[in-house]
Design a protein around this ligand. Structure first.
Ligand SMILES: *Cc1c(COP(=O)(O)O)cnc(C)c1O
Length: 391
């Protein structure tokens, strides 16, 4: 099966096409079932066809999908309230449609703050090596992976790259307005920052009235076991961005901030952002996820998943050097990076879906409500794939 020739060839697609899903299982055109340990790269937080979500979608489709943001949108207000309450931070929300847009909004907010809050304007935003913040021109430039920048310049000015948090602290100067980072790098190798270092950075920024921007597009919405991974780090960011898992497949992004009076009407906006449909679905997804988290089952399932991954790292020492990550955002590090594509393909053949991250990591982002039975079955298939590779 070749990909449709009317499409630009922007993706290296695997040779499979799914037609339906149920819970954490996908079905291809021939009806073969696949256990999903990837959830559309962290998007399908409740797997496929969650009953409550399907009902909410049906109901809302019969009422109203979209009105412009020049009118009041009650579900947008309610969805923001839910997100802010779950965050525990004193913040307000701006809704958009993707992670890149949420980060783009964060950059605009930081820039306006830098240009208005100080006698000498500040504009530099420091980001961390191997980060991933999106694919628009500004968020691509914010992504500190220079090999990705090659063809698309010139870029907006004012992004500075640090190798790590310590270096980010040392790079703060007179024109710095913010540091933006992922607490676990999703695309850049499931790399978790050091809690003490982040705390130190956070305190330094606060003392200088500069901004801490946390990109939780992948880590957020219970991926870590808590609503935000910022909670584990016990930090109070000025700006947090969310997207992927918010509405289990309906496009939505959020930029939330404690800077409530920087952006004014007309400074920023989005045509689709926060419409009736996406915010109604998002609200329902968050209600279901909150209930699931409070039942203790999220934690229990993460523990089981974790134990399974430990088994693979301990057993297949010829293939893997260690486990990395947190919660339901995990990776196992390959000793030989040349095996990465092969393992993903052979896993697919064994009907188990996994992702890559960085150059040498197999990434696991299962639906957050994956059952023990599905995990068991998935890891059995994953082990079959590994046995096939060893041969
Ligand atoms: C996926 C991702 C983005 C980009 O989100 P899009 O919805 O693809 O624009 C940004 N930051 C992080 C950390 C991500 O994982």
């Amino acid at each position: 099966m070749k990909s449709n020739s009317y499409l630009l060839p922007l993706y290296n697609r695997l040779d499979v096409s799914f037609v339906k899903g149920k819970k954490s299982v996908l079905y291809d055109e021939e009806g073969k079932d696949y256990i999903d340990f990837s959830s559309g790269v962290g998007v399908n937080s409740l797997g496929y066809c969650n009953k409550k979500v399907v009902k909410t979608i049906e109901n809302q489709a019969n009422k109203i999908l979209h009105t412009s943001n020049i009118y009041q949108i009650k579900s947008q207000e309610e969805c923001a309230k839910k997100i802010v309450e779950l965050s525990t931070y004193d913040m307000q929300c701006f809704f958009c449609n993707s992670g890149a847009e949420a980060n783009e909004s964060a950059i605009k907010l930081a820039r306006k703050y830098g240009n208005t809050a100080f006698s000498k304007p500040k504009y530099k935003i420091i980001t961390i090596k191997n980060s991933f913040h999106g694919r628009t021109i500004a968020t691509l430039k914010a992504t500190a992976q220079e090999d990705k920048h090659k063809y698309f310049g010139p870029y907006p000015d004012g992004f500075v790259y640090a190798n790590d948090i310590k270096e980010a602290i040392s790079l703060i100067d007179d024109s710095t307005v913010a540091v933006m980072l992922e607490l676990i790098q999703g695309e850049g190798g499931i790399f978790m920052q050091d809690i003490k270092e982040v705390k130190e950075l956070s305190e330094i920024l606060k003392s200088k009235k500069l901004l801490l921007i946390i990109d939780e597009v992948q880590t957020g919405v219970y991926r870590s076991g808590k609503f935000l991974i910022s909670h584990y780090f016990k930090i109070e960011p000025n700006i947090i961005t969310l997207a992927k898992g918010l509405a289990t497949g309906i496009p939505i992004g959020v930029m939330m901030t404690n800077l409530k009076d920087v952006l004014k009407a007309g400074d920023h906006g989005s045509t689709f952002g926060g419409n009736h449909f996406s915010t109604t679905v998002c609200k329902e997804v968050l209600n279901v996820l909150e209930e699931y988290k409070n039942s203790g089952n999220l934690k229990k399932n993460i523990r089981y998943f974790n134990n399974c991954l430990n088994y693979f790292v301990d057993t297949y020492t010829n293939l893997f050097s260690k486990k990395t990550g947190f919660g339901f955002m995990q990776g196992i590090v390959l000793k030989d990076e040349k095996k990465l594509e092969e393992i993903i393909k052979i896993a697919l053949k064994n009907r188990i879906l996994v992702l890559k991250s960085g150059k040498n990591i197999i990434r696991f982002l299962p639906p957050l409500n994956i059952s023990k039975k599905e995990m068991k079955q998935g890891f059995k298939r994953f082990e079959n794939a590994l046995i096939e590779i060893k041969k």
